[in-house]
Write a protein that binds this ligand. Sequence first.
Ligand code: 13P
Length: 343
Amino acid sequence: MDNKNFNKESLVNIANSLMVAGKGLIAMDESNPTCNKRFAQFGIPQTAELRRQYRDLIVTTPDLGKYISGAILYDETVRQRTNDGSSFIDKMVNAGIIPGIKADMGTVDLAGFPGEKITEGLDGLRDRLNEYAGLGLRFAKWRAVITIGNGIPTDTCIAANMQTLAQYAAFCQEAGMVPIVEPEVLMDGTHSISQCFEVTERVLTHLFNKLYKQRIDLEGILLKPNMVLAGVDSTEKNSVMDVADATVKCLLRCVPAEVPGIAFLSGGQSTELATEHLNAMHVKYGQRLPWALTFSFSRALQLPALEIWKGKDENRLAAQQALLYRAKCNSAARMGEYKEGLA
Ligand code: 13P
């Protein structure tokens, strides 16, 4: 149905530019508490200034735009300036990186459903998105969290979160921004890969039903899902090909071909495994996939750089090299050309 007042062509162009061959996205949209938690891991002071310096390090990494098509920012960063006094948005555009923004306000406990979460941020979203679009941000992200455990996820939790994602997506398209729709089935827990498959399938099926009912134009969205794998505390060990097979099978079953692209979150996988999984999907299924398939990692791109940087200027260049290297590895994986130890 075409009853929209937004510019569809512009949405499709943004989505396709983010999914361009050989590139993927970097998520650098950690909320302050999450960013502080990562900083604390490496003894970095948890201040707004250090967060600014770190984000400056990322966006000024030479040649990052060779491998990265878009970056997801956090509200704080959008209002800060880079070391040379530019806005982060201008800096990224000049580096050939499309700027986007985390639009949700994080998760809270879902009342009445112990162990489950609902994402907040719909109140005032239309105004916030209009402001972001005016600043030059071209896409947005909203993360819903689904936990696998004893008796969960419940249908209520899935329905509430997918409905919220659909409403968010509608606000984005209205504002002329591409919604990245992120229903994350967490890796936390002892579940098997087949339980992850079953839950991811339930979640995605529900999501696309809600997107359809909300009259979302699927050509103007991107999906950011988890890969299908066993929980971190599972005794089950999955091979790289097990993960590639299960993930692609689940996505082919649930994601309409009209969706232009899928960009995975890394979810706590090691940097190396996240890359290998993406690579294996392309090696085995590359020609058969109806959508572009790439990365939108935070931890799996950033952690090696953060560990080197440690908040110190003298480590900045080495940290940028480490970041660029992970970006290059994932770019190769996105084309099925990654080899361990890639030069
Ligand atoms: P990870 O790649 O660290 O899972 O982060 C991606 C993300 O954007 C989570 O919302």
